[in-house]
Design a protein around this ligand. Sequence first.
Ligand SMILES: Cc1cc2nc3c(=O)[nH]c(=O)nc-3n(C[C@H](O)[C@H](O)[C@H](O)COP(=O)(O)OP(=O)(O)OC[C@H]3O[C@@H](n4cnc5c(N)ncnc54)[C@H](O)[C@@H]3O)c2cc1C
Length: 490
Amino acid sequence: MKKVIVIGSGFSGLSAAANLAHKGYDVTVLEKNATAGGRARQYEAKGFVFDMGPSWYWMPDVFDNFFEQWGKKRADYYDLVRLDPSYTVTFADGDVMRVPATMPELEAMFEKYEVGSSEKLRQFLAEAEYKYKVGMGEFVQKPSHSITEFADMRVLKSLFRLQMLTDMRKHVHSLFKNQKLRELLEFPVLFLGATPQNTPALYSLMNYADMVGGTWYPRGGMFKIVEGMMKVCQELGVKFLFNQSVKNIYVPNGHATKVITETDEFDAEIIVGSADYHHLEQEVLNPEHRNYDEKYWDKRVMAPSCLLFYLGVNKRIKNIEHHNLFFDESFDVHAHDIYTDPKYPQKPLFYASAPSKTDPSVAPEGCENLFILIPLAPNLDDTNDDVREHYYNLVMERLEKWTGEAIRPHVIYKRSYAHRDFKKDYNAFKGNAYGLANTLMQTAFLKPKLRSKKISNFYFTGQLTVPGPGVPPSLISGQIVANEIAKTFK
Ligand SMILES: Cc1cc2nc3c(=O)[nH]c(=O)nc-3n(C[C@H](O)[C@H](O)[C@H](O)COP(=O)(O)OP(=O)(O)OC[C@H]3O[C@@H](n4cnc5c(N)ncnc54)[C@H](O)[C@@H]3O)c2cc1C
C-alpha cells in the first residue's frame, strides 16, 4: 500500500482521504488544528453550539454521492431537514421576501413582484437545470490540466448553452425587470466569491441548486457533515493526527519523500496538500518547488473575507428565520468596496443565521444562537478591535430595527472573527474566507493547477484550485485529486 499524507482536514482533505483509502492507499491526515473540519469547525460556549463557517447546505446530491460511493447512506450519518422558507431577504423599504421551498409558491411570489415573471422563472430554471446537470455532472469533475479537456465537439456545443461567455448580471437582467427579483437571483453567485458582472452565466446553476434543490440543514449543525465524513474515513482505515502543523516537504531530486511538521517527520510516497494553496506553495515548499511566484498570487482575485460574530442571546428573537439576508443597502456599492476599491464598507450588506430556529440542540432552552456575517475585502487591516465593535453596533442596530426588538442587551456570549483569525487558524492567504473567486479568468484550466509541476508526487486540492469555493466543490476537489493520483500511481 502506498503511503499518502494528506495535509489538512477540511472538506477537500477529508474527501481526498476517503477516496484514496477506498482505492487502497495507506492514508494519514495531518491537521494543524486540534479538530477536523477546517473552515467548517464547530465549538461550544455557554451551552451554544456554533458552526464556525458554512451554514448553507445546498446540492444535497453531492453529499449523498459522497456516502453512496462506498455503499453507505448519508442518512446513517446525519439527518437532513429541508427549510421552508428557504431564507428571507430584507430590502431597504422594509419589505421582507420569504423565499418559499415549493415551486407553485415561488412562482406566485415572483408574480407578486413582476407580472409575467413566473413564466420567465420557469425558462430561467430550465436553463439552469441543464447547466447544473452538465456543469456538475461533467465540467466540475474535470482535473482541468489543460484546455484540451474541454475541446471535444459535444463540450464545445454545450459551451454556448452553458453561457460561459455571458455574465450573470446580463443574463438575469435580460429576463427580469424588478430590482428585488434581480437581487434575489444574483445572490447565489456570491457563494462563488465574485460579483454577478464577473461571473459566467453558467453559474445560474446555483439558482437551480437554490430554488429547485432546496436549502437543507443537518440536525446538530453543519459540523455533522464533518463528523460523518471523518467516520467514513476511519471506517476506510484513514488515520488522523491533530496539532501537526506542516512546515516543510523534503524533496530530493524532484520527488517528495518526507513531510516535516513542527514536532515530527513522516515518510510519504504521495502528498496531497489541502491547506490553502498559497500557504503550501509560498510558505511550506522551498522556492525551487513552487508552481507560481508571489506576483502570480498577487494578481489572483481572491474571494472575500468576512467579519463574523458568534452570539448567544438569552431570549428567542421574533421576525427572523433560520437564514436571513439583509439587502437593505446598495449591493453594488458594497461590492465596489470589496472588489474594485478594497476598503472597509460604510454600508455593508449582511447575513444573519439563527440555526436555533430549526434546531433546539444548538442553544440553551429559550435562547437563540445567532451568527452574523459581513463580507469584506481580503487583506484589510484587522488589527483594531474597535473596528470590529463599530461593525457589530452598525449591523445590530439594523437587525434590531428590522426585527423590531432590542437584542444587544440580551447577548450573553459574543465572539468576533475576521482576517487575522483566518490567517492564524488556516494560514489563509490575505485572510480569505472562501478561497479563490470563480471569475471567468479563474475558471477550470485557468485556476492554479492541482498537480505540482516541480514535484512528481505532490498534489493540491481545496477551494483555491478546481473546481472552486464552497463545500460541494471542495468535496468534489478531493475526489478529482484522488482519481488523478490513482491514474499515475496505480
Ligand atoms: C464564514 C464562512 C462561511 C461559509 N459559508 C458557506 C456556506 O454556507 N456554504 C458553502 O457551501 N460553503 C461555505 N463556505 C465555504 C466553505 O466553507 C469552504 O469552501 C470549504 O470549507 C473549504 O474547504 P477546504 O478543504 O478547501 O479548506 P479548509 O476548510 O480551510 O481546510 C484546510 C485545512 O488545512 C489545515 N491547514 C492549514 N495549514 C496547515 C499546515 N501547515 N499543516 C497542516 N494543516 C494545515 C487547516 O487548519 C484546515 O483544517 C464558507 C466559508 C466561510 C469561511
